[in-house]
Design a protein around this ligand. Structure first.
Ligand code: HAM
Length: 415
């Protein structure tokens, strides 16, 4: 779990602001959800025999003896909240959320125990048009961030019935070749055989390559849904790869699944993942409701931005106010407030704690401000302030206090 230090928070804000703008451009509304839920909700939604539920949840009993879990993802909470507040009755919903998620995984580059997601969930729309809209939205996010080399992989898992049939065929095949399976896969053979296809073990790749293929077992409806989605993506010029082995680590998916993957982040190259989960609302006790969504990992995106040397705007102060002398402090504190009233977008740092001119200028420099305003007792008497650029060699000038706001405005506008 990481602290996000002051030097990093500008990058986080830039990333969050940019992504929020994209989400709002598609008319999605924010939903804010609690960090804790009943453990049962995650067990039922994500699946009892998934890595997340088996090994990774932060679960504890509260004072009433109820089992609670720090959310490992947002979809389950979002569905729970929508059902609880009647948001799914004859309504379409396009929602988004952001915040920390918690998984007790082995930490490594790009994988943390507290990490941050932005998630999108749409309810009530069964056709491939909403799949396409949400994938377009994700593509637009990378474009806005200047990320060029993420690859879109898509697949269809079919309906639950089609997947059950495929599962039977796959298990029969894997049983025949059980001696070639590693320990992890043997354990999954009964519980979650589809995940064996996800194995990165090089010694099993041949065996996996020759296994029955999920696309051969798809039902007609899923096949049609998938081909219509592909046509929508083609029409919009969104490039994709069909990856028949893409199965996802959560149980609730049906039909479309997708991931955006990059090779710039080592082993943790998935920056965004999701798909359709038409059965989940009903499974949790609601009316049958089609649904589609994804979540992206902010830490991974940030690492990509940093690796790509994308210029991230920093929120340095524009102005540092140097105050020298008792009168100057008395007068300058009020002067600073007036200036903030006059220029609401300006960031002004007032020197507090006195200090010599030299040490105040050092602080001004370290703050990253572009302009220093200097006020001593002399300037107070004369109703002036000295304006000095901290970024170039322009001569300092003495400005009447009532003209300072206009001067600073002009300097900020000029960049
Ligand atoms: P997920 O694939 O488990 O899906 O996570 C989505 C994204 O969160 C990953 O692609 C990755 O970028 C990021 N992520 C996951 N675990 C970690 C970690 N330990 N450290 C850093 N980043 C991580 C879901 O969570 C689904 N709820 C997505 C969804 C929404 N499906 C439908 N709607």
């Amino acid at each position: 779990m990481n602290d996000i230090l002051p030097g990093e928070s500008s990058s986080w804000q830039y990333l969050e602001d940019t992504l929020r703008e994209v989400v709002h451009a598609y008319g999605y509304q924010e939903i804010r959800l609690p960090l804790l839920e009943q453990t049962e909700l995650f067990k039922r939604s994500i699946g009892e025999v998934t890595d997340i539920v088996e090994k990774e949840m932060y679960t504890f009993d509260d004072r009433n003896g109820d089992s609670l879990t720090l959310r490992p993802e947002g979809t389950a909470s979002c569905v729970r909240a929508c059902m609880q507040h009647g948001l799914l009755y004859n309504q379409l919903q396009r929602l988004w959320y952001a915040g920390p998620m918690f998984r007790h995984e082995r930490p490594q580059k790009g994988r943390y125990r507290q990490f941050h997601q932005i998630g999108i969930e749409a309810f009530g729309m069964a056709g491939p048009d909403i799949d396409a809209e949400i994938i377009f939205m994700s593509a637009r996010m990378w474009e806005r961030l200047g990320l060029r080399d993420a690859v879109l992989q898509i697949n269809s898992l079919g309906t639950l019935a089609a997947r059950a049939e495929y599962r039977t065929a796959l298990v029969a095949y894997l049983r025949k070749h059980e001696s070639g399976l590693d320990e992890d896969s043997r354990r999954r053979l009964d519980s979650n055989p589809l995940r064996i296809l996800d194995s990165k073990n090089p010694e099993m790749q041949e065996l996996i390559g020759a296994a029955p293929r999920l696309p051969d077992y798809l039902d007609d409806e899923s096949r049609q849904h998938f081909s219509e989605l592909c046509a929508l993506l083609d029409n919009a010029g969104v490039a994709y790869e069909v990856n028949p082995r893409l199965v996802r680590g959560l149980d609730y998916y049906t039909k479309t699944v997708f991931e955006w993957v990059t090779d710039q982040l080592g082993a943790q190259g998935t920056i965004c993942a999701g798909g359709r989960y038409d059965g989940l609302v009903e499974y949790l006790g609601g009316k049958p409701t089609p649904a589609f969504g994804f979540a992206l990992g902010l830490e991974r995106l940030l690492a990509l931005l940093q690796a790509g040397k994308v210029d991230i705007p920093q929120h340095h102060p524009h102005v540092y106010l140097v105050l020298n002398g008792l009168q100057a402090v008395q007068h300058g504190m009020v002067f600073a407030e007036d200036l903030r009233n006059a220029l609401p977008g300006m960031r002004l740092l007032t020197n507090c704690g006195n200090g010599s001119f030299k040490s105040q200028f050092k602080r001004a420099d370290r703050s990253g401000a572009g302009i220093a305003l200097v006020m001593g007792d002399n300037e107070v008497r004369e109703g002036t302030v000295i304006l000095k650029s901290l970024r170039d060699e322009t001569e300092q000038e003495t400005v009447l206090q009532q003209h300072v706001a206009a001067r600073i405005h002009a300097v900020i506008e000029a960049g």
